[in-house]
Design a protein around this ligand. Structure first.
Ligand code: MCN
Length: 790
């Protein structure tokens, strides 16, 4: 079935209410911490209070003697039995050498490298007993100088022997000589220096895991708040614990948000699984909120210098970028791909810039590991490019929309100079719609009205592009991926015609149980209620790569479509037999099999029943049953794109910036469920606005202590911080997946930060303010105004 036929099916484009919300809204969800297993103990981790220190000794004797304590494990106990955590993406540097990959022990060995680094795991009968015993573990440290800012890394005390100058890799893409030549002939060059502020994920459900072991079968089960249980199992069994994969079941039950931070294989999950066998019991650990602040992988943290070369009309000739990326103390699972493959390849944006060169230096620092966080590399690329483009407009005396229009890609497919090939898009159409929805025509009058009140009003644009569903596996492999990037779907048609779908994608807020059911119901012509979706369990689903990079509908949904093709092909043969027609004469539409050119037809349910009660059945040619599995490896990414427009009012006396209106027009290709997509955009925008206006992870530059270690110090956006959104979409269907969909899960977080900051800058530009780093807090805005006028 082609993508355009698919888009016209019933249920597609319908705002079906979320099936999963019944359990979420009635308190019946089952999260990892809700699970109580027989013989279950509690674990607490002893963590480093220092950012960098030599471990002289870890004395567990007092803790081990305390009431209820079953064991206390340290790095020494794991040595030689449990390997370090692997990194899933190998980056090869500009010098042809592999990145530095220092060991990442599950419990610290010899040294601690960030505040929160795990030193010991205490297992006790109750949580309180484990906490008390953790207090009694005596650690002797030699404190070393710490480095938390990427700009200090080169000269700081080395974290790892394997990386004496704290440098992990230098990586580059693009043709430097061509870029230099283009700069030499430019009419104007605009430069920018900016920081992409470090963020702390803060999913509502903190990380949680239960390791358990069954001595009778020699099988392990790990319940874990995780976004990709099969990948977790593969990494843990093959690389860390050396266990046969089929002896380990990983279940990610209901998960209360992840935003990327639950993709990774964390040390705690491994320690719990390993210890479960040592103690022959189940062991649960749930992070405290402050523990999450310290130890969940953080996001962003780039320092960038960039230059755009233009001709006299503001046409982009070349872009030159250098970025220093903070990787934190250890390489988290996909950390190395974020500032390279997921960042630099997006720097063409929506524009025809013919030459681009990007160089990235990645550094170790004494901070929590940094990895993918909603958008992962793409928000960093968009923030840089869209800030730079608005600055180009201002320097060239052009409108922010005009400079973008002059440079938009309009011919597809379009090959960028940084590896990607965009399949479809209509960037001017999204811009037109956004201008209308934002009532840009009335901006001058609104600005005047603000001026009359002593306020400054500004408008900011951002025309983002995103690459979703990293693919295909062979190219990703050539670029260093150590995993496949396909997805798996299984369709189990039951004898009575209802269906269970098994998917390797994982839903932790995205509504898959509804949208995937819509896809299946649409194809089979059955009610959405007759389709249930199973995800998050390696024991029930053949395989899966999980959910990240807004891949689930476009890759996971496409695997389901492939399995449905097989179901339809087999069902047609059964129908042909029942109606005594030839296979080629059978059509399937709206849940009925018809013999072409006749009024003969039978419903889907009758075919399903016949498959399982094969009394009148071509058993010599066809197996009974109706159960099909498919794996789908995409030919390309999908490229959602859009234009966002933010309008702010700034009080120059206080520096308070208020978002007056925020408009987002996105192209997600074919949309399965507009209500769910709108919710995804709302959430993404809230996170992007959070980064632009409020959120900032701050470590003390000398001691390495996390200064924003709680919700009192780290300002997550609340409802009052979020403006009313004006949303719309355009649709250019993806050309290479059978649904025509493009991902929507990260767009809001990617497109919004530069729109906000461009708006704030536009408001205070005439006061001489040129630069402003996120978050645009009142103090920063006020300071920028005062520095400019000083
Ligand atoms: N969808 C649709 N039509 C489209 C595109 C998507 O109806 N054209 C639907 C999908 O069927 C799915 C939802 O929208 O129900 C999101 O789909 P998709 O864009 O494929 O993204 P994923 O399901 O792969 O979700 C991942 C994405 C990412 S990468 C992060 S980070 C993120 C996000 O989703 N984390 C979230 N949204 C989140 N939402 C919640 N509540 N919690 C998180 O942790």
């Amino acid at each position: 079935m082609g993508a355009s036929d698919f888009a016209n099916l019933p249920h597609i484009g319908e705002s079906v209410r979320r099936k999963e919300d019944v359990r979420f809204l009635t308190g019946a969800g089952q999260y990892t911490d809700d699970i109580q297993l027989a013989n279950q103990r509690c674990a607490v981790f002893v963590r480093s209070p220092h950012a960098h220190a030599k471990l002289n000794s870890v004395d567990t004797s007092q803790a081990r003697a305390m009431a209820g304590v079953r064991a206390v494990f340290t790095g020494a106990d794991l040595e030689g039995k449990v390997n370090g955590l692997p990194c899933g993406w190998l980056i090869t540097g500009t010098d042809g050498q592999p990145m530095k990959e220092p060991p990442h022990p599950v419990l610290a060995q010899g040294k601690v490298r960030y505040v929160g680094d795990a030193i010991a795991m205490v297992v006790a009968d109750t949580l309180q007993q484990a906490r008390d015993a953790a207090e009694a573990v005596a650690v002797d440290y030699d404190v070393l100088p710490a480095c938390t800012d990427v700009r200090d890394a080169r000269t700081a005390t080395a974290l790892h022997d394997a990386a004496p100058d704290n440098h992990c890799y230098r990586w580059a893409i693009g043709d430097k000589a061509q870029v230099d030549a283009a700069f030499a002939g430019a009419a104007h060059v605009t430069t920018i220096d900016l920081v992409n502020n470090r963020l702390i994920p803060n999913a509502i459900e903190p990380r949680s895991a239960i390791g358990s072991y069954n001595r009778a079968t020699d099988e392990y089960t790990l319940y874990v708040a995780n976004q990709n249980p099969h990948v977790e199992r593969l990494l843990m069994t093959a690389f860390v614990l050396g266990l046969p994969e089929h002896k380990v079941r990983v279940i990610a039950p209901d998960v209360g948000g992840g935003f990327g931070s639950k993709i990774f294989l964390y040390a705690e999950d491994v320690a719990l699984t390993w210890a479960a066998k040592q103690l022959n019991c189940a062991i649960k650990w749930t992070a405290e909120r402050s523990e999450s602040f310290l130890t969940d992988a953080h996001g962003r943290d780039h320092v960038t210098h960039a230059e755009m070369a233009m001709d006299k009309d503001g046409k982009f000739l070349a872009l030159r970028v250098h970025t220093d990326a903070n990787l934190g103390a250890y390489l988290s699972t996909f950390s190395t791909a974020v500032p390279t493959i997921l960042y630099a390849t997006l720097l063409a944006g929506q524009y025809t810039t013919p030459q681009i060169h990007v160089e990235v230096d990645a550094w170790f620092t004494n901070t929590a590991p940094v990895d993918a966080y909603r958008g992962a590399g793409r928000p960093e690329a968009t923030y840089l490019l869209e800030r730079l483009v608005s600055r180009c407009a201002w320097e060239m005396g052009l409108g922010q929309d005009e400079i973008r229009r002059r440079n938009f890609v309009t011919q597809f497919p379009y090959q960028t100079p940084v590896a990607l090939q965009y399949d479809t898009g209509d960037y001017p159409a999204a811009m037109d719609k956004a201008n209308q929805l934002a009532e840009v025509d009335g901006f001058a009058a609104r600005r005047q009205a603000s001026e009359a009140k002593g306020l400054k009003r500004g408008i900011g644009y951002s025309s983002y592009i995103e690459a979703c569903g990293i693919a295909p596996s062979n190219i990703a492999g050539a670029l260093g991926a150590r995993a496949g990037l396909f997805e798996c779907g299984e369709i189990r048609v039951h004898p009575t015609g209802s269906v269970t779908v098994f998917t390797g994608a994982h839903s932790h807020g995205q509504g898959h149980e509804t949208t995937f059911a819509q896809v299946v119901a649409a194809r089979l012509g059955i009610p959405v209620e007759n389709v249930d979706v199973v995800h998050g369990d390696t024991g029930r689903i053949p395989f899966g790569m999980g959910t990240y990079g807004s891949r689930s509908i476009s890759v996971g949904g496409a695997a389901i479509m492939k399995a449905l093709d097989k179901i339809e092909a087999k069902a047609k043969k059964i129908a042909a037999h029942l109606m005594e027609a030839s296979d080629a004469d059978i059509e399937f539409s709206n849940g009925e099999f018809l013999v072409k050119g006749t009024d003969k037809k039978i419903p889907f349910g009758q075919v399903a029943l016949t498959a399982y009660v094969p009394h009148n059945y071509p058993l010599d040619k066809l197996e009974p049953g109706l159960n099909e599995t498919a794996f789908y490896d995409p030919a390309n990414f999908t490229f959602p794109a859009g234009t966002y427009i933010c309008e702010v009012e700034v009080d120059p006396a206080t520096g308070v910036a208020r978002i007056d209106r925020f408009t987002a027009v996105d192209d997600f290709g074919t949309i399965i469920n507009p209500m769910i997509v709108e919710g995804q955009v709302h959430g993404g925008l809230a996170q992007g606005i959070g980064q632009a206006m409020l959120e900032n992870c701050v470590y003390d530059r000398e001691s390495g202590q996390l200064l924003t270690g709680s919700l009192m110090d780290y300002a997550l956006p609340r409802a009052v911080d979020i403006p009313e959104f004006r949303l719309d979409t355009i649709c250019t269907p993806c050309t290479h997946n059978p649904l025509g969909t493009k991902g929507c899960g990260e767009a809001g977080a990617i497109g919004s930060p530069p729109a906000v900051i461009n708006a704030v800058l536009d408001a205070v530009r005439d006061l001489g303010v040129k630069d402003l780093d996120m978050p645009a807090s009142p103090a920063r805005v006020w300071q920028a105004i005062h520095q400019a006028s000083a």
